[in-house]
Design a protein around this ligand. Structure first.
Ligand code: FE2
Length: 196
């Protein structure tokens, strides 16, 4: 039995925050503690949204705002799995729920190439942010060789529907893509019969 109420509260908090400000810095400063509160407890994510795939990482949509102001996704990384170098075009907040992740940021150089920064290790309970304003190009991979890892991501748009880019890490050449999601159904946030 999972306590989805924890996640439902996070959705409500996020909806209030995006309705209250469009300033990214203000929003991320307020949302960060909410995400850390959510990922401090690993008792709420329904198992269907934590299933690994043998060959490729999974991205399960957990909630999409009907006005496309935000979306929440669980990323599940099997051993050895990771993303290509990519961007987001909107703000994003990453929080590790299980295991560890390695994140490498890339900076665009004047000649169009990309320069990789140092790999940053995010452990369970920790968060990191991306955005066009603060640095939007990165690659994420499972930080553990022998186990799967799982992170909860919040984005300032419906990330699975946004046209964005993956990059050749050597040349910096961009290819457009739209990621979509791995699932067809989202979690029921009101599974019990408790009255409002
Ligand atoms: Fe990303």
């Amino acid at each position: 039995m999972t306590d989805i109420a924890r996640f439902r509260d996070f959705v409500t908090d996020t909806a209030h925050l995006v309705a209250g400000t469009t300033d990214e810095t203000t929003l991320l400063a307020a949302l960060g503690p909410k995400l850390r509160e959510l990922i401090a407890h690993d008792d709420w994510l329904p198992e269907a949204y934590a299933v690994t795939d043998g060959s490729h990482y999974r991205q399960y949509l957990l909630y999409a705002d009907p006005l496309d102001r935000f979306s929440i996704v669980s990323f599940v990384w099997g051993p050895g799995q990771g993303t290509p170098v990519h961007d987001h075009r909107v703000w994003g907040l990453v929080g590790v729920l299980r295991g560890e992740e390695l994140s490498v940021s890339y900076a665009r150089q004047p000649d169009g190439s990309l320069r990789a920064g140092a790999a940053e290790r995010l452990r369970a309970g920790q968060t990191a942010a991306v955005s066009p304003q603060i640095g939007d190009i990165h690659a994420i991979s499972n930080g553990l060789a022998d186990r799967s890892s799982l992170s909860i991501h919040v984005y300032g748009g419906n990330i699975g529907r946004i046209r964005r880019a993956v990059y050749d890490a050597e040349t910096g050449a961009a290819s457009e893509f739209i990621s979509g999601y791995s699932n067809d159904a989202v979690p029921n946030l009101w599974p019990d019969r408790t009255a409002a």
